[in-house]
Design a protein around this ligand. Structure first.
Ligand SMILES: *Cc1c(COP(=O)(O)O)cnc(C)c1O
Length: 377
């Protein structure tokens, strides 16, 4: 690999090759201008008002019912939410969803974190951790001792996605869907808890967690809340459940985040639901991976086509081309956040293809990268 050069190469990308919107980051990710305009229009009577009153509670209610519609949630499933993002939810789930022993599929930075949280909890047995190399994913293994299977729908650090299916076992299935939810297809019958934060496929801002919970997950939350396990209130899923049912959060949420989120859910539902939103990601992925395979200088990092994410593409470059220079030239043209996940340490670009990102912009980005590579070599 060529060592990173401090200076951005002096390369001009012609204006006609530039995407209309330059945000391709894995999160926070592109927010559509229509969402921002809708927030600005509502701002005078929405921002700066109490989250315990009808104005805000009705937006939270729209988020909850909109997600139930988008994911065709079966009867009895409920939408929970709270502050702190996905990272907070891992701790909440460690306290309030794992009864004794969990199994974790660990195949990248994010999927390893919930495993670590469960390993460190003094009131749980050591979890079973099934690990594979970055760029692949392991499969869950049914085990009668396991009461919660922790899956990750899309490993954002590596661009690997996995199909969500229940193992042939009785434990709860909890899925980190932070970057996947809304962008990748899922059948709600295959999970008990599908949790995410809204700064990725939902084109909002961070700091909130949402969890789609089955009746079995709700039952687990209630039974652990009734047990003698001590739980800090901030991580208490029973408190989150009780507040969510009232279209509230335990403490003050970011109102702008909730408003932007509602707009994105409505945009998805109004245009055809999950088929529409995942269809955009499928189209972007088709364009980007086909371009990489035909390029002669780049290729998808993930070998198996069925594990290649349609929301996050990781593209390796030949040694002769320094991907960090490409990212720097793109950045100089307002095309931002294509740098790879730092700890993966590869000569790579990582490109988000969330529903808000226009497939036509992905096509333009491919052309812009080809231009930069031509000028670099
Ligand atoms: C971004 C991400 C997280 C972390 O989300 P926060 O809201 O920043 O805590 C967790 N898991 C996955 C798969 C992610 O992509």
């Amino acid at each position: 690999m060529i060592p990173h050069m401090a200076e951005t190469p002096d390369i001009r990308i012609p204006a006609e090759l530039l995407p209309k919107d330059g945000r391709f980051g894995a999160g926070p990710s592109k927010v559509r201008s229509e969402q921002v305009a809708a927030l600005a229009a509502d701002a005078p009577h929405f921002l700066g008002t109490s989250h315990r009153q009808k104005t805000v509670k009705s937006v939270v209610g729209d988020v909850r019912s909109g997600l139930a519609e988008l994911f065709s949630l079966p009867d009895g499933y409920e939408v929970l939410l709270g502050n702190g993002g996905t990272t907070c939810f891992w701790d909440a789930a460690t306290f309030g969803l794992i009864e004794k022993k969990s199994q974790h599929l660990s195949f990248g930075e994010f999927s390893s974190k919930f495993a670590t949280a469960a390993s460190q909890a003094p009131f749980l047995d050591d979890p079973e951790i099934i690990k594979t190399d970055p760029g692949t994913h392991p499969a869950a293994i049914a085990n009668s001792e396991i009461d919660l299977y922790a899956l990750t729908h899309n490993e954002t650090s590596t661009g690997v996605s996995m199909k969500i299916t229940r193992p042939d076992a009785s434990g709860l299935v909890a899925v980190d869907a932070t970057s996947a939810a809304g962008g990748l297809y899922v059948d709600a019958n295959e999970f008990d808890c599908y949790y995410f934060a809204p700064q990725k496929s939902f084109a909002s801002d961070g700091g909130l967690w949402l969890a789609l919970c089955s009746p079995a997950a709700i039952e687990r939350i209630e039974s652990l809340a009734a047990s003698d396990r001590w739980v800090p209130a901030f991580f208490d899923l029973k408190i989150a459940l009780d507040n969510s049912r009232l279209d509230q959060t335990y403490n003050t949420p970011a109102l702008a985040t909730i408003h932007l989120l509602r707009s994105q859910i409505k945009w998805m539902n109004d245009n055809g639901g999950l088929d529409f939103s995942t269809g955009r990601c499928d189209r972007s992925a088709e364009i980007l991976y086909t371009w990489a395979e035909k390029s002669g200088f780049a290729r998808p990092f993930v070998e198996r086509e069925d594990q290649r994410s349609h929301v996050i593409a990781t593209i390796d470059f030949v040694d002769a081309i320094d991907a960090s220079q490409i990212a720097a030239v793109l950045r100089a043209h307002g095309i931002v956040d294509t740098e790879p996940y730092r700890k993966l340490g590869r000569n790579q670009l990582r490109i988000a293809m969330f529903p808000a990102i226009d497939p036509d912009d992905i096509a333009l980005l491919c052309g812009a990268i080809t231009h930069v590579v031509g000028a670099l070599s």
